[in-house]
Write a protein that binds this ligand. Structure first.
Ligand code: ADP
Ligand code: MG
Length: 696
């Protein structure tokens, strides 16, 4: 793909090329994320002030912002040091005062010459029964009055920049914006009543009233759509690249799956069957599968993954399942191995800790095809690992890998079908943003018979009662997690808190009953501590948040989370998901340090009232906004400048289907609309898309 189109050059010139922007203000603009004129186009007003003219201040009820033409009367300098400088003015029907503190009289007299007309605008207040405006926002000679719009946009600012500077710079950038060829599908544009790109920018920077600032305004919607569409074109290109890498048509016989299902004491849920059917259809197809399996904790993803792996084995190939950590890999192995054994399939666990001889044996069995399923960590993808015929790679990612890493892993799989599992429910608009290059299966139904987890909010002042309760529960043979607070960013501080809690609980409950895991433990010790808890040797496990979100100990029925107000909703939901996995009733105690702030109270109450991960995720999005929801950098979720994923959620789905349709019709973006889309990709700096086009 040739370089950036010339038509965009003025928008990508240094910011200083705008009149009135020097090196100093350029630095201030950078703090707003504005480095080039292009960025100013997308810096939209966040509010507006009504500056409609009135004939007299009599028409408004103070306090209120008022804009009125006046005749300037007498100046009254301060009677004493530090007192106000007053200027009496008269509009069509009333007299009032303009008030200035710490003013320079000579400047004021030049700005407000007695006897002349001026347009003034500011907040009118009553003081001792007299109307006054302290430090008016605007004082303009009548011939400049047209410069002040009836609805004045308010831009986001940073310390050192004024509204005037930003508005001026935005206007200059806007003047540079060319008419661009249309990249939006004409039918969609007509249906939505969207303006052209340039007209949309002009309208968004000159809102006619408050409604024009909202997410439903056509100009804003169009610009938001541009942003989402550019992102979805990138994902569609990535998806196309993966799918073009040909796949083997992998068809199962159903034989091994039937054996496993027969060995289970339960039947798959409808959601599990639907997801498996979608996966099987992809695997049987000629293109490569790139699918996300999304399901809340406990929704039964492991079984779906296993049955998919068995399809690979049934067709004469192999499957691999990769987890981000040693503990999770081992756990998947422990869950899968006995079931696979029922089908007579050999499963091996491959981690970074295998002894050399042991590893050599496992690698040989993989290379010969004797091992049907390999479970492991990143060790699976090391260079010396060779499969006889790897058909399916399942990646349990839990938000630890971004889009880029997934692509890399997929590339290492050499044409292998890819299934990514995530346990973090995310709202649809976010899922489309983050995983739009994939097809998505959702496990939206939990296995029957799950007991709800009773969740309670408890003040930390009552921690002694909680410990006493825990002592009784342990005496009855129950098991509990105790998660320690994320006090600060520092792991060392967290550790101290966890160690102190560990010591206190040991003192209260008895030496051998309490275990401790944290991030600084060597992996072997961490595993050993986990293993003692799994085996029931220790009954209470004190953990920092490094506790793996996937750990599965069905006998653990109590989850205590200390300083729960410091945790995010998604994290609390994940932690709570560690209990309620067995037959017994479970509880989750959210300890907080009073007084509880309003936002924290809302979060914790929501969590108490629902266990629906998707609902929690939607509310989380509403409370925090998309950027915050998942660490943006690590999630591969882009930062959108204009689009509001919460309030414009529907646009993302339209953008995805339009991008995919375009990619089917014109995969190389070679047609006239394709050329326009290329301009959009350059405009929005979709580097990845540009690279993909260059290669493809
Ligand atoms: P996830 O990985 O989605 O959190 P798991 O796959 O670990 O969930 O499943 C949680 C538990 O539910 C496991 O003990 C599993 O054996 C059980 N399970 C899975 N599917 C079903 C089902 N259809 N009916 C009953 N129990 C199930
Ligand atoms: Mg699981």
């Amino acid at each position: 793909m040739p370089g950036r189109p010339e038509i965009l050059f003025p928008l990508f010139a240094p910011l200083e090329t705008l009149e009135g922007v020097g090196p100093k203000s350029a630095r201030l603009f950078a703090a707003l994320g504005v480095e080039r004129p292009r960025d100013l186009l997308f810096l939209l007003p966040v509010a507006g002030v009504d500056r409609r003219r009135v004939a007299s201040v009599r028409e408004v009820v103070p306090p209120a912002t008022v804009t009125v033409e006046v005749t300037v009367g007498a100046h009254r300098p301060p009677a004493r040091r530090g007192g106000p400088w007053r200027v009496t003015v008269r509009d069509a029907a009333a007299e009032f005062q303009l008030v200035f503190f710490h003013a320079r009289g000579d400047l004021l007299q030049r700005q407000l010459p007695t006897g002349q007309r001026r347009l003034v605008s500011g907040k009118l207040e009553l003081f001792d029964g007299i109307g006054q405006i302290v430090h008016p926002d605007h004082i303009l000679p009548p011939e400049e009055a047209r410069d002040l719009p009836a609805f004045e946009p308010v831009y986001p600012l940073t310390a050192g920049l004024t509204q005037r500077q930003v508005a001026r710079a935005a206007a200059l950038a806007l003047a540079r914006a060319p008419e661009l060829p249309e990249w939006i599908d004409p039918a969609l544009k007509a249906r939505e009543g969207w303006p052209d790109w340039r007209a949309a920018l002009a309208a968004a920077h000159a809102p006619g009233g408050p409604q024009a600032l909202g997410p439903a305004d056509p100009a804003r919607r169009r610009l938001a759509y541009d942003e989402l569409f550019a992102h979805q074109v990138t994902l569609a290109l990535a998806r196309g690249a993966i799918r073009r890498a040909r796949g083997v048509a992998t068809r199962g016989t159903g034989e091994l799956q039937a054996k496993v299902l027969a060995s289970l004491p339960f039947r798959p849920t409808g959601a599990q069957r639907r997801a498996l059917a979608e996966i099987a259809a992809d695997m049987a197809g000629a293109t490569r599968m790139n699918r996300l399996l999304q399901g809340d904790v406990g929704s039964g993803k492991t079984l779906v993954a296993l049955l998919a792996l068995l399809i690979a084995v049934e067709s004469g190939g192999q499957g691999a399942m990769m987890a981000p950590t040693e503990i999770l890999a081992r756990q998947h192995f422990d869950a899968i191995a006995p079931l696979a054994a029922a089908a007579g399939v050999r499963v091996e666990l491959l981690t970074g800790r295998d002894k050399a001889a042991e590893r050599a044996g496992k690698l040989a069995a993989l290379a010969s095809g004797e091992t049907g399923i390999a479970v492991g960590t990143h060790a699976l993808f090391q260079r010396d690992v060779a499969f006889a015929d790897l058909r399916l790679a399942v990646i349990d990612e839990q938000h630890r890998f971004g889009v880029a890493q997934r692509m890399e892993l997929a590339a290492k799989g050499r044409g292998t079908d890819v299934l990514v599992m995530t346990a973090t429910p995310i709202p649809r608009s976010l899922a489309l943003a983050q995983y739009g290059d994939m097809d998505i299966s959702v496990l939206d139904e939990k296995p029957p018979g799950r007991k709800p987890v009773e969740t309670r909010l408890i003040s930390a002042r009552r921690i002694d009662e909680v410990v006493a309760h825990l002592a009784r529960a342990v005496a009855e043979g129950r098991r509990a997690y105790w998660v320690c607070p994320l006090v600060e960013e520092s792991a060392a501080v967290d550790l101290t808190a966890a160690e102190a809690r560990f010591a206190a609980l040991r003192a209260a409950l008895g030496e051998g009953v309490v275990g401790l895991v944290h991030g600084q433990l060597p992996p072997a010790e961490k595993d050993a501590a986990m293993a003692r808890f799994v085996a029931g040797e220790t009954r209470v496990l004190v953990a920092t948040t490094v506790i793996e979100v996937g750990v599965n100990v069905p006998d653990a029925t109590i989850m205590v989370i200390e300083r729960a107000e410091h945790f995010g909703l998604a994290q609390l939901h994940q932690l709570r998901g560690r209990v309620g996995r067995g037959a017994a009733a479970s509880s989750c105690l959210l300890l907080y340090a009073p007084p509880l702030g309003e936002a924290a109270a809302r979060r914790l109450t929501l969590l108490r009232d629902t266990e629906d991960g998707f609902r929690i995720a939607e509310e989380d999005l509403a409370m925090r906004g998309a950027g915050d929801l998942i660490g943006t950098a690590q999630s591969g979720l882009p930062r959108f400048r204009i689009a509001d994923l919460e309030r414009q959620a529907g646009l993302m789905a339209i953008a995805q289907s339009d991008a995919r349709a375009l990619m089917t019709a014109d995969p190389g973006l070679a047609g006239p609309r394709g050329a326009a889309v290329r301009t959009l990709l350059w405009l929005t700096e979709q580097d990845r898309a540009i690279r993909l086009l260059g290669v493809g």
